[in-house]
Design a protein around this ligand. Sequence first.
Ligand code: GAL
Length: 718
Amino acid sequence: MRLICPFNHDWQFAPADACDEQFSIVTLPHTNKLFTRLSVDNADYQFVSTYRKRFTLPESATGKRIFLDFDGAMLVSTVYINGALIGTHKGGFTPFSFDITAFVTAGNNVVTVYVDATEDKSVPPYGGQVDYLTFGGLYREITLRIVDPCHVVSVFPRPLNVLTAPGLEADIRLAQWHRDVRAEVMLTDGAGQVIAVHEQAVPADAFTVTFPALTGIALWLLDQPELYTLTVTLKQGGELLDQVMTRFGFRHAEFCDDGKFYLNGEPLKLFGLNRHQTYPYIGAAAPQRLQALDADILKHELGCNIVRTSHYAQSPHFLNRCDEIGLLVFEELAGWQHIGDAMWKQLALDDLQAMIERDRHHPSIILWGVRINESPDDDDFYQHTNALARALDPTRQTGGVRTFLQSHFLEDVFTLNDFPPGLQTPRVRPHLVTEFVGHMFPTKTWDHEERRIEHALHHARKHSLQFGHADVAGAIGWCAFDYHTHKEFGSGDRICYHGVMDMYRLPKMAAYFYRSQKAPTDEIVLYAATNWTMGDRNGGGNNPLVVFSNCDEIEVWIGEEYQGRFRPDVDHYPHLPHPPFTVRWSEPYNPWGTPFHDLTVRGYLNGTVAAEQKIHAAHVPAALRVLTHTDHLRADGADMARIAVQVIDKYGNVLPYQTRVVRFTLEGDADLIAANPLVLLGGQGACFVRSRRTSSQVVVHVETDDLAPVDVVLQISE
Ligand code: GAL
């Protein structure tokens, strides 16, 4: 039977080839450098790290094959076992594996991995300028896999006729074939109930099992993403040789010639954002809980139905969560504008292959990005990438992100970054917009209010246009979260402020535009996009007042004075599911010298009050709001919680210009990962708490000079 040993603990790490005293003990995921500030100079992570781990094999390993499986390491990894070179892997985003059987002993072993985070021009995404940082280290997990020589290499479940008479085909590949090996293939539902079982002799090292007719199959839907598991068990005589479980879903996803995207036969306008995988302090080394949190934020807080994994394969934890919550994914190979020489292209093809082989069971993934983001046409190369993707996964369509409409159409979906104002008329169908806004309107959480509103409205306008255009399947905005970048980009602090949320994943106004497009049955959203001041806008006052809401009508009061009842602004945003409200006061409008009172906005659904927001005219900071998305962590030395801090008024609105220095004190057995003290930006910020490998109750004290301190309690347990 296979034995999967997590291999994430007790790594000795040194940021260079060092003597024993210079090594520290670390747990994966690990960043080769922890940053204490948001702005990061990429020179600081470009070095060769040494990771070393001693291990012994269990007795049961005798006669087995032994693999080290890396989920991903940045950027070039060279692996030695007991001093013998095993191999080098180039590329930071996809998994790789080494067969170490011939190099390990029954006694003590040591693995050494040199991880070179230098931005090597011969390895994608490098070669040209790249608008994102890659960071460095063993930033994803590693497992030690001990298997029988006859073991399962891959299982690719492919649902059939999902909408008419559901069935299933599964391609199974083995490492070694024996005449007397039998395979049992079992389908179970999310509750573990057996739906179907099939048993047969294994005819060859690659074979396909078919379940032609299945009854009672529940579809993978966005609001009810049913998942199934296919378990492949290999037996020889009475002996169990191997068992592999693959989770997948039954859904039909297709971009059609009529221009629309269909999920399970129903047209669905795609509404989403791009995601980079990097974070403050820890670079790309985010553990499972933070990966899942991003998917949850995109789906539940931002109301997206799709995310693009710009511009590389992202963590399996992120994709697993997308499967679980019903968030569609456009996943693409690593790169940025530049195409290198033949060896570079081969690495890109390898990356594409590894990505598809790793991820083709995910029901959430609906499209493979087979072009280097925004690269020029290269028909020979892109015929290869398309052919490879189609051969590895005939069930999914291909896209390839370009910036120009005349680009040769070799894919199944014409995916275009569409930054100019308006919406470019599709040249072919299906057509999907894969980026917009971004660098056209960078916006910080502490920018002038008019800019923050306009940032949100840029997103609103493009989405209104795409919702109104029958030939556009959807649009994915740039981007979800602010991100670290190279000096050729960003605002002078190596940060692109292109997110609808900041780097901590805390909202800008634009986040509320996205959220307000949710169905009110899902969440009632009412957000007045204003800090309600007399003097922040040019010329003063608050005219017009923009409100993001999915209510049918709103009423507005200033103090006790009723301003009227308003309907969504269909004149400017005619096609959005929930157009913003634009409240305009008639001329002359001159607030100077008039008394200033609280704002009240009330939202109505079907004539009944459904939501209310008040903003305090005095802007007096009333409290620190401290939020955690979890109250427990696993005692695995890797798990992390984000603790968010906001300065709010007495009604709970964030006060974006209230700078505060926040101090965190941590009691209990855990590590604080943050700048400490931390300066809030835009009235908000966050720290991270990472578990150690002991159970503990942890209290995080959050204090400023003037506001009441707040404690957050986390339970850390096995
Ligand atoms: C695009 C690019 C993205 C990002 C964005 C900024 O051209 O694909 O990676 O740089 O611009 O708006």
